[in-house]
Write a protein that binds this ligand. Structure first.
Ligand code: F0G
Length: 481
């Protein structure tokens, strides 16, 4: 919910009260300098004991509701036919209107099964934008991944409400070029994670479906942030302000042949699932489910999480739950822009993003601008964010870097976890860092995995810029912060 203060300033306000807390400490800058070096300047390799605010991701880190926790206590651990699964299948029927539900251990497990069953070598999978694990699975199956986004998506300063829309003309051109039989499906990601959590409109989905149907192409919907995309449709798309989140979700789902999600986001648990009304798709996937995940009524998930997911799915149709992330992110981005920081606009669904190309324009792209900025943010604040740029792309077969379309530092806001004073603290430290941005330098790999290198890769700071940055911080704030 948002409220207008008597001054006219609008702020997000929580529709819940906090009843359980987890302690977090701000370690001083000298320790942060050691910690980031120990982590190879890769924020994934930091330990939570060294973090003040963990804005790495909203995946699996959201605050659950009292009803979700209560549901976990009554879970049924039977290997086969457990009651917990049937509660989930009922919630899916009510909220998403699909007859067939298949739990899997998390989102990428759904992508693995999709790749196994539907993707062949030589295929091209079309999508509004890729996610790292999506691309890895489809490429491992021998396919090419092609993103057919509109020009608007790559503008980091924009007022376009639906930067996640798929470009319809390019979709038609691709069908002509590759042939519909070489396109196993078109995938719509709600909201486009790697390019600022930007949503697509209902109108766009409907038009994508019309083209897909006319050419016999299946429409796959990644609904990891479904309730957030529905919230943006309600707030931004003409004709939808009077509709409920549930009504918008029903309208979205009628265009979907196969739905999957990472349950670690909108539904605030840890797991995933695939849903469809096409029994033949379900049956083909079911062949492989026990090989990779488990029996059809648990699919690699804990039954406690299945119970909580059934509740989370229903709860996310409440506009105050669907809006909890977007409204705080909107405030975060507004405060960044007011402070002169190069934030991605308009605000998106899972995080506030900083445009590293603008923040550290003096660092060459070969020095991994977004990675360098993420390391610098940690040094200056104790806040962990995530690089979403060239380090998140693996190298081309010839060994060269594949420079990312956007270099972003992603400051995720797990749902209902952080407060406005946390946001104010981060904005303040980012503003200090921006004033001192010339001190930030580039990074170089010293240890580099071949696949999804951003998880475990280790780097070093060129010319020891990290030490100079920490010295400047100490000079301004003293040794205790
Ligand atoms: N699809 C989207 C849109 C995602 O954001 C993610 C995960 C996945 C699929 C894979 O799901 O992690 O449950 O296996 N995103 C996380 C993130 C990791 O930090 O944004 P998973």
């Amino acid at each position: 919910m948002k409220v207008k203060l008597s001054s006219g300033y609008e702020i997000p306000i929580e529709n819940h009260k906090v009843r359980i807390v987890q302690r977090t400490d701000l370690v001083p800058v000298t320790r942060r300098l050691e910690a980031i070096a120990e982590a190879g300047y890769n924020t994934f390799l930091l330990r939570t004991k060294d973090l003040f605010l963990d804005m790495l991701t909203d995946s699996g880190t959201n605050a659950m509701s009292d009803n979700q926790l209560a549901a976990m206590m009554v879970s049924d651990d039977a290997y086969a036919g457990c009651a917990s699964f049937y509660k989930l299948a009922d919630a899916v029927k009510d909220v998403l209107r699909f007859d067939h539900t298949m739990p899997v251990h998390q989102g990428r497990a759904a992508e693995h099964l999709l790749a196994k069953v539907f993707v062949k070598p030589g295929d091209t999978v079309l999508m509004n934008y890729h996610f790292t694990t999506t691309k890895a699975h489809f490429e491992l199956a021998g396919a090419k991944v092609l993103e057919i986004y509109t020009d608007e998506m790559m503008k980091t300063e924009s007022t376009h409400p639906f930067k996640g829309n798929l470009d319809l003309q390019r979709f038609k051109d691709c069908i002509k070029k590759f042939g519909a039989d070489k396109i196993p499906f078109v995938r719509m990601e709600a909201t486009t994670n790697l390019v600022g959590g930007q949503p697509f409109s209902l109108k766009n989905l409907k038009e994508v479906k019309e083209i897909a149907s006319a050419n016999g192409i299946m429409l796959v919907f990644d609904g990891s942030l479904l309730s957030e995309n529905a919230y943006f449709i309600k707030m931004r798309e003409p004709g939808y302000s009077g509709k409920t989140i549930q009504e918008i979700i029903w309208e979205l789902m009628q265009y979907v042949d196969l739905f999957y999600l990472s349950a670690r986001k909108s539904t605030s648990v840890r797991g995933g699932m695939i849903c469809t009304n096409r029994k033949e798709y379900y049956d083909r996937l079911l062949d492989w489910l026990p090989v990779y995940e488990g029996f059809s009524t648990y699919g690699g998930m804990s039954t406690k999480e299945i119970e909580a997911m059934a509740v989370g799915l229903r709860e996310m149709t409440d506009v105050n739950v669907a809006g909890a992330g977007p409204e705080f992110i909107e405030y975060f981005v507004k405060r960044m822009v007011e402070s002169g920081l190069p934030a991605v606009t308009p605000p998106g669904g899972l995080a506030a993003h900083l445009d590293a190309k603008r923040f550290v324009s003096h660092v060459p792209v070969s020095g991994y601008q977004a990675g360098a900025l993420a390391a610098a943010i940690y040094i200056a604040s104790g806040v962990r964010c995530m690089e979403r740029g060239t380090i998140s792309n693996d190298r081309a077969p010839d060994g060269s870097d594949v420079y990312a379309d956007l270099e972003l530092a992603r400051l995720a806001l797990p749902r209902r976890v952080y407060t406005m004073s946390h946001i104010e603290y981060v904005v303040d430290r980012l503003t200090w860092l921006y004033k001192n941005r010339q001190l930030i330098g580039g990074l170089r790999f010293v240890q580099e995995p071949k696949v999804l290198r951003f998880f475990f890769g280790r780097l070093e700071a060129l010319d020891k810029w990290d030490i100079k940055l920490a010295d400047a911080f100490k000079a301004d704030f003293g040794p205790n912060y």
